[in-house]
Design a protein around this ligand. Structure first.
Ligand SMILES: *[C@@H]1O[C@H](CO)[C@@H](O)[C@H](O)[C@H]1NC(C)=O
Ligand SMILES: *[C@@H]1O[C@H](CO)[C@@H](O)[C@H](O)[C@H]1NC(C)=O
Ligand SMILES: *[C@@H]1O[C@H](CO)[C@@H](O)[C@H](O)[C@H]1NC(C)=O
Length: 503
């Protein structure tokens, strides 16, 4: 072979190698799936909502659209992976927000265990609407509240890590985004009842086992777009019962609760009302990050960040949940049907959670030891519908570190001096309760004292809950799902079990 030919052969080989490398590089950087372009239509004005004077949350909806995972799936892919989604088409949606929310947190956890992105829906205020919603023709126009008006942690598309290094492919997406990236023909439907039969899950299966079986199934499915249909995976009868408790050790340390965050809207409401919660300066976790708003009630959502309750508690504050309203009749129904405390409120019940290293040792549980001349009904009603006098006594005991289980739980007298009452009671009742508590030296504020704009009013219940989670100590209603959600968030945020009490 002549020198010339060898040189030609060499450069030809180089050229070929270069060409192959170029093809490989292009193959890696060009998205593998040719998809229609993902342009969301402009947000539509809800004329009926405007007619009713309802808030329409344009800033919150914009915030959701701008979540970093809401980009062309090709841009998130590496090595041909595509984000895999989990949509709960028939999750509960229109009952009380706390029941819906309890289920949403568990659905987020199941999506996490399944290595799938949770698809979050808006909340539709059908029960207990915060504003009148009747149109002139007599029909109702339900208020729609975006998820990120309530929460912006993993359930609302927030990070599943402390430092934001988690994969965007696993972060929750909005239902609007799911509709865009998962056209009908690509959706693989899992029928709930067929799946439960195949997984041998029934109304006796232990909670942790239910999660393991479902997660294995959903993880092994290769389809990117999976929708569970027919009914909620976690129905309220399951969530409300002690069967759920076995999932606590794994659920409580997983991202859904560990990186839980309230929405910027709630941070804003807390920031503007902080003076009634504490004499201290507003903590930086609740301070606006951008330019200060001209008026405290002017909506400046965008300058607030999601608020993680794992920050230190508000010193000296005791949060009370005083549930009245329809609970008078509801308590009678619950108690007469033999119901126990709701979900996580059962963590103190010795029969279900008897190992302190597995379950947090809540000091209180439903104790219906009947006193002389008292029926079981009356004994249970004392916990569900306590009298004003009983509440004042309970608060006295909590401050003194006394109470029925004090000796065994090493509680101590506390430096508590201020009370926040989260309530749906009448103003007259709260005025009387406030006067009674002031007479014992407390500074007392309640839901009636919060100054909220229309958007914040729509999520006022969650604003209250964020206070109850932030408070140093808490007394709640064992039968209530609001209390139960406060309990799980307090525990997952690092508040000690002994700071949680029930009437
Ligand atoms: C982020 O957190 C994860 C898990 O705690 C850790 O493994 C990783 O090194 C952290 N990354 C950075 C850049 O801090
Ligand atoms: C809120 O602030 C913006 C400018 O920051 C202003 O244009 C708007 O009128 C204000 N709205 C109210 C209700 O004060
Ligand atoms: C409590 O649970 C832990 C962890 O599973 C276990 O090691 C321990 O033996 C249990 N204690 C009792 C008293 O059952």
């Amino acid at each position: 072979m002549s020198g010339k030919r060898a040189a030609f052969f060499q450069s030809w080989t180089r050229l070929c190698a270069g060409g192959i490398a170029l093809v490989v590089v292009l193959f890696l950087i060009i998205p593998r799936y040719a998809r229609p372009s993902l342009v969301l239509s402009p947000q539509m004005d809800d004329a009926l909502a405007q007619q009713l004077g309802h808030p329409t949350f344009p800033e919150v909806l914009e915030y959701e659209r701008k979540l970093p995972q809401h980009v062309e799936p090709g841009l998130l892919e590496s090595w041909g992976d595509r984000p895999r989604y989990l949509f709960f088409k028939d999750a509960s949606w229109g009952s009380g927000w706390n029941n819906v929310f309890q289920e949403q947190l568990l659905n987020t956890h199941l999506a996490y265990l399944s290595h799938r992105a949770y698809v979050f829906p808006p909340y539709i205020a059908r029960d207990h609407p915060p504003f009148p919603d009747k149109l002139e023709d007599g029909t109702r126009h339900w208020l729609r509240i975006p998820m990120n008006a309530f929460v912006s942690g993993p359930t609302g598309g927030g990070p599943l890590s402390a430092n934001g290094t988690d994969s965007l492919m696993r972060r929750a997406v909005s239902e609007e985004w799911w509709d865009t990236v998962c056209p009908k023909e690509e959706v693989v439907v899992v029928r709930l009842h067929d799946a439960e039969n195949a997984l041998m899950v029934d109304d006796k299966t232990d909670g942790a086992e239910v999660f393991v079986r479902w997660a294995n199934k959903l993880r092994e499915m290769s389809a990117p777009c999976v929708s569970v249909e027919g009914a909620p995976v976690f129905q309220y009868l399951f969530i409300g019962s002690h069967r759920i408790l076995s999932v606590w050790p794994t659920y409580s340390v997983a991202p859904t609760l560990k990186y839980f965050a309230w929405s910027p809207l709630i941070a804003q409401a807390l920031s503007h009302n902080f003076h009634i919660l504490s004499p201290a300066a507003v903590p930086t976790s609740l301070s606006p990050s951008g330019a200060p708003s001209p008026s405290p009630l002017n909506n400046s959502f965008a300058s607030f960040r999601p608020y993680q309750p794992s920050t230190p508690p508000i010193a000296g504050l005791l949060g009370l949940h005083v549930r009245r309203g329809d609970f008078e009749a509801h308590c009678v129904r619950l108690v007469d049907a033999g119901w126990e405390y709701n979900a996580w409120n059962l963590l103190g019940t010795p029969a279900y959670a008897n190992n302190d290293s597995v379950w947090p040792a809540l000091p209180d549980y439903l104790d219906v030891r009947v006193a002389e001349g008292e029926t079981r009904h009356e004994a249970a009603m004392r916990h569900c519908w306590p009298s004003r006098e009983a509440m004042v006594q309970r608060v006295r005991d909590v401050r003194a570190g006394a109470g029925p289980n004090a000796a065994s739980r090493q509680v101590q007298a506390k430096a508590l001096n201020r009370i926040y009452i989260s309530t749906d009671a009448s103003r007259a009742f709260i005025l009387e309760l406030t006067a009674d508590l002031q007479a014992e030296g407390w500074e007392v504020f309640s839901s009636f004292d919060l100054e909220l704009n229309m958007e914040e009013k729509a999520v006022a219940q969650a604003v209250d809950m964020s206070v109850l989670v932030a408070a140093e100590e808490f007394v709640g209603v064992g039968f209530s799902s609001l209390t139960s959600n406060v309990v799980q968030l307090r525990l997952a945020s690092g508040r000690e079990a002994r700071t949680i009490h029930f009437w």
